[in-house]
Every structure is written in C-alpha cells, then in structure tokens.
Design a protein around this ligand. Structure first.
Ligand code: DON
Length: 311
C-alpha cells in the first residue's frame, strides 16, 4: 500500500493537534500479564487516518508494528457472521454489553452464552466457531481476511504467540467453562490456539486505520478496491463495537467519543466513522481497564474537533 498523502487537510491539522496534546502523557502501564508484551518501547505514539476516498495520513509512530490483540475480536466476529450466518453465531454468543472486564469469568445466566464477542469469553467462542468451520485452515482464513482489510500481507509474531500460549491459563480456564456450559462446540485447544494466534497478528496504526476505513466503506477496502466483508456482517460488527468494544469503558466511550471502536492490550485502538473514515492509534501504556491512555485522549480530541460523534 502506498499512502496517498496530499496537502494538509483539516483532518491532518486535527490529528497533529491531538498528537501534540496527548504526547507528554506518560500515565498508564504496559500490559505485562503476557510477558512478551512488556518488551515494547513504552513511549511509542501514532495516530493514522484513512478515508473512504483512499486518502491516508499519519502522525508519529504510525508504521511501528505491534500485536493486534483484542482488536482481532471484532474482525473475527465479522468473518464468523459472514461464514456461518447471524443465527448460528447468535446461538453461541450474545450481543449484550457485560459491564465487566475483558477477561471476566462470567456468562449470561439466562442463556449460558458469553455476553458478547468483544470480551474474551465471547471471542474464544467465536474462534471456536471458526476453528470448527475451517479446521486446519482457520488461521489462514483469518490472516488472509485481516490482510485484505489492511491492504497488505500481515504476519503473526511467533514470540508473542508462544508467550501467550504458555501463560494464558485464564483464557484456557474460560474455554473449559464455555465447553462445560455448551457454548463452545470446538475442541478447547483448537479454540484457544486460534484465539492466541489471531491476537498475535502484527499491525501498525496505519493498518488499523485502513481496516477501519474498510469497515467504514461497508466492507470494501478503499485503497485496494477489494471486497473484504459483506455489508450485513459489517453492520452487525459495528453495532457490537459501539456497545461493547471498550469493555467496561464502553458507556463512557460512546458518550464522549461516539464512534464504534475496539481496543487491544498491545496498545492499539481501531475506530470507525461510518461511511467516512477509519482511525488507528498506537500507544502501549494502558489504563486500568486495558485501554490505551493516549489512544483514548487522541480519539476524544479528534472526534470533538472534527464533529465525528455519531449524534
Ligand atoms: O486475551 C488476551 O489476554 C489477549 N490476547 C487479548 C486481550 C486484549 O487485548 C484485551 N484488550 N484490551
């Protein structure tokens, strides 16, 4: 992908201003519960924007690779909706905000299903659905589709994958409880293996912006012109990102920022301004809820400055 960088626009000015305002904030902590995530440079910070017209711009460390982590949950959900159909997916995972932390060990008591696909329990269930549907090809299907959304060939970080696979006891525990509850059809090991792999895919802030622009452009990558996701799956995914994408911060996010988004403990946030723009930020210091501190500040600033809130 070669970014189309034109003359400074209002968006570029707003992105620079948001960057300058947030850059000195050193609050928050790196995620350390996956040992390999603690090895990144804490001060990295980048903001990238990609329009549905194919225009891409960035400020700061927008080409630094980091693992996509939980942002993968939104895209994997989109793939599952398309491949398996909405009813099959809904039979396994709800669409209700949980108000709980991303790694909470809690299911919807009425249905015995995970609350939504953005918390770990729901995401592991979605990975299980993909593992069942695609067998040994499942990771390739996911990697191909993520790559098509980003407009370039992505790769997985083997070291982060191994680090999480060796230490992810809580996620394995959640997967066993899902199996026990009847929500997870797949083999526990297959589901968590795919989940850990998809979380370990390397992206940049620019990739997140282009992926966001693909969702904003109802599934067609505006840089490559390729049809990546089906319209209905995009609509359903954006709805769940809006209500659940920022975990137990989702209400505040919807109130202040007002665009569908998904964060990851690698430090990325992907946001979607419907029919207009994808936004990708990277800054690895996280707040207590696992969301990037400077990423949140940048999104708040940008959407306020540019009037991007959906309401
Ligand atoms: O489940 C995990 O621990 C990670 N691989 C992904 C979690 C994550 O990114 C939560 N996001 N804020």
């Amino acid at each position: 992908m070669s970014p189309n960088t034109g003359p400074a626009s209002g968006l570029e000015t707003a992105a620079r201003a948001a960057f300058e305002r947030a850059r000195d904030d050193q609050s928050g902590e790196l995620a350390t519960y996956i040992p390999e995530l603690a090895r990144v440079v804490p001060d990295r910070f980048g903001i990238a924007l990609a329009g549905v017209d194919g225009h891409v711009l960035g400020v700061g460390d927008v080409e630094v690779p980091f693992t996509i982590q939980s942002i993968s949950k939104a895209l994997a959900y989109c793939i599952a909706l398309e491949a398996l159909g909405r009813d099959k997916v809904l039979a396994h995972v709800g669409v209700e905000p949980s108000g709980d932390a991303f790694n909470a060990i809690v299911f919807d008591a009425l249905s015995n299903r995970p609350f939504n696909p953005m918390v770990n329990a729901g995401a592991i269930t979605v990975s299980g659905l993909l593992a069942e549907a695609f067998g040994a090809e499942a990771f390739d299907v996911v990697l191909d589709r993520f790559s098509a959304a980003a407009g370039r060939r992505l790769v997985m970080d083997e070291t982060v994958f191994r680090s999480e696979a060796q230490t992810g006891h809580r996620n394995r525990g959640i997967a066993h409880l899902l199996k026990c509850a009847g929500a997870l059809g797949a083999d526990v090991d297959d589901a968590v293996d795919l989940y850990f792999r998809q979380c370990s895919i390397l992206v940049t802030a620019t990739d997140l912006a282009v992926m966001g622009a693909t969702l904003a452009n109802i599934g067609e990558n505006p840089l490559t012109g390729s049809a990546v996701f089906a319209v209905e799956a995009v609509r359903n995914t954006l709805s769940v990102m809006f209500t659940c994408g920022m975990y137990d911060f989702a209400g505040n996010w919807a109130f202040d920022v007002g665009v569908p988004a998904k964060s990851g403990v690698g430090g990325g946030i992907l946001g979607v301004v419907n029919r207009q723009l994808g936004i990708g930020t990277y800054s690895p210091r996280l707040d207590a809820k696992g969301n990037s501190v400077r990423g949140i500040a940048a999104f708040r600033d940008l959407t306020e400055e540019m009037g991007l809130h959906v309401f």
